[in-house]
Each structure stands twice: as structure tokens, then as C-alpha cells.
Write a protein that binds this ligand. Structure first.
Ligand code: ATP
Length: 244
């Protein structure tokens, strides 16, 4: 088997004295979409933030995170991005008074600092994936619709040319038609070769696009398996998919 893009072993995260993640392990192979589903408060965002090196000040993590075979213990968030991982956080964190295109260009800032000047190719690629962003490239990010904002957040992350893209609830707060569009885009992203770790409460949609899935419940991985298998698991159907 080829080296996994991401390998997380026995990851614990605590906020002060309270442990929110009790030793989670997961693997993302090259080119895969892996999803983590689970209810509110299960620890999904905590896990992504710890992997990205972006925990809030109150949080502390222990365990091992390996990106493409190299250990990230003690590696700062910027260096994790430089090594190829990028997180699109739940809050999207765009610069509201800057244009769509300026927000996108900020996504390639680290590559620019490293001396790369040809980010135009990547901008073209982002506009190919998101024609709507191209149409609105001169518009301020703060005036975009919810779905367009999510597209911009993903597009900005892609400007860093990640090998692993981590998405925290990309469908949160979006209307059903837009959710469908966002998941369609996630599948096209996979086709470009980037591996994706997708955290979602929308278990049905996530299991439809993913290759492999984990169920996180109160800080523990309760179940894992090929996404199709989990989508047919009676417990998952009962708890997360409702009647079909
Ligand atoms: P949701 O789907 O609602 O976003 P989640 O699965 O992403 O939930 P987390 O946000 O990771 O869950 O939260 C896991 C647990 O950690 C919760 O009990 C939450 O209250 C706690 N927690 C999260 N962030 C902090 C923080 N900064 N300080 C203290 N506790 C926190």
C-alpha cells in the first residue's frame, strides 16, 4: 500500500481539564475522500483543528499526526500548510471588505513568499472549478451568498495547492440545492487528485461522496468502514440517516 497522505494515531485533545477527544486514529489514502460524521459536540471540529495545528489557546493535543509519512509533532500551522495540508474552518473566515479575487490571492500568499510567482495557473484552476467565483471576482466577499462564501473559502484553500484538504461542515447553514452543488464540487475536487478529509453533520450526503467513513461519538471513534458499508449499517441508518 502507498504511504497514506494523513495518518492520525491515538489523538487526544483536552480543553483545560476536560478531554474532548479520547484517542482517535484515522487514515486518509492518496486521492480518497474520507468523512467523519457524528452529532453536535462529538469532537469533530476539535479533531480537525488539532490535525491542522489550529487549536484555540485552551486546547492541548497529544498523539501522532503524520502527513505523507512525516511526523508533524511540534510543527506550526504555517509549516503544515507549506507541507500540503489546508483546513477550511467552519466559520469560513473570509475578508469581507476585500474582493473575491483578493481573498483568493491571499490563499497563495505562502507560495508567493516562497518565491513562486505563477499563481495565475492556480487561479485559473479555481475559476474553472467555481465559475461563479469568476463571475463575481470584483465583488466584496462580504456581499456573497452563503453558498458563494463557502465556494470562496474552498477556493482560497486550493490556492495553496494542498495535497490534503480538510473541510469542516461545508454544508452548514446552506439551502438544500446549494448543499447539493457543494457536494458535487467536492467530488470534482477529488478528481483533481487532492485527498479530502470531510467533517459533516449531513451524514447522508457525506456518505454518498466518501470512500471511507468514521463515526465520532463523544470523543471516540465508534464505528468505521467503507462509506457504502456504513450507509447500509442499521445503527448508522437508525441514528444518522433516519428512515429512508
Ligand atoms: P459541532 O458539530 O456542533 O460543531 P463538533 O463535533 O465539531 O460539534 P467540537 O466543536 O469539536 O464538536 O466540540 C467537542 C467538545 O469540546 C464539546 O463538548 C465542546 O463544548 C468542547 N469545546 C470545543 N471548543 C472548546 C474550547 N475552545 N474550550 C472548551 N471546550 C471546547
Amino acid at each position: 500500500m502507498s504511504t497514506p497522505i494523513l495518518e492520525v494515531r491515538d489523538l487526544h485533545v483536552g480543553y483545560g481539564k476536560v478531554e474532548a477527544l479520547h484517542g482517535a486514529s484515522l487514515t486518509v489514502a492518496p486521492g480518497q475522500i474520507v468523512t467523519v460524521i457524528g452529532p453536535n459536540g462529538a469532537g469533530k471540529s476539535t479533531m480537525l483543528n488539532a490535525i491542522a495545528g489550529a487549536l484555540p489557546a485552551a486546547g492541548a493535543a497529544r498523539g501522532q499526526v503524520m502527513l505523507n509519512g512525516s511526523d508533524l509533532t511540534g510543527v506550526a500551522i504555517e509549516s503544515r500548510v507549506a507541507r500540503g495540508m489546508c483546513l477550511v474552518p467552519e466559520k469560513r473566515e473570509l475578508f469581507a471588505t476585500m474582493t473575491v479575487e483578493d481573498n483568493l490571492q491571499l490563499g497563495s500568499y505562502r507560495r508567493y513568499k516562497a518565491g513562486e510567482r505563477n499563481y495565475g495557473d492556480q487561479l485559473d484552476e479555481v475559476y474553472r472549478l467555481f465559475p461563479r467565483l469568476k463571475e463575481r471576482r470584483k465583488q466584496d466577499a462580504g456581499t456573497l451568498s452563503g453558498g458563494e462564501r463557502q465556494m470562496l473559502a474552498v477556493g482560497r484553500a486550493l490556492m495553496a495547492k494542498p495535497r490534503l484538504l480538510m473541510l469542516d461542515e461545508p454544508s452548514l447553514g446552506l439551502a438544500p440545492l446549494i448543499v447539493k452543488e457543494i457536494f458535487h464540487i467536492i467530488v470534482s475536487l477529488k478528481e483533481t487528485g487532492v485527498a479530502i478529509l470531510l467533517v459533516e453533520q449531513n451524514a447522508r450526503a457525506a456518505l454518498q461522496v466518501a470512500d471511507y467513513a468514521y463515526v465520532l461519538e463523544t470523543g471516540d471513534i465508534a464505528l468505521e468502514g467503507p462509506a457504502e458499508q456504513l450507509a447500509n449499517d442499521p445503527k448508522v441508518i437508525d441514528t444518522y440517516l433516519g428512515l429512508t
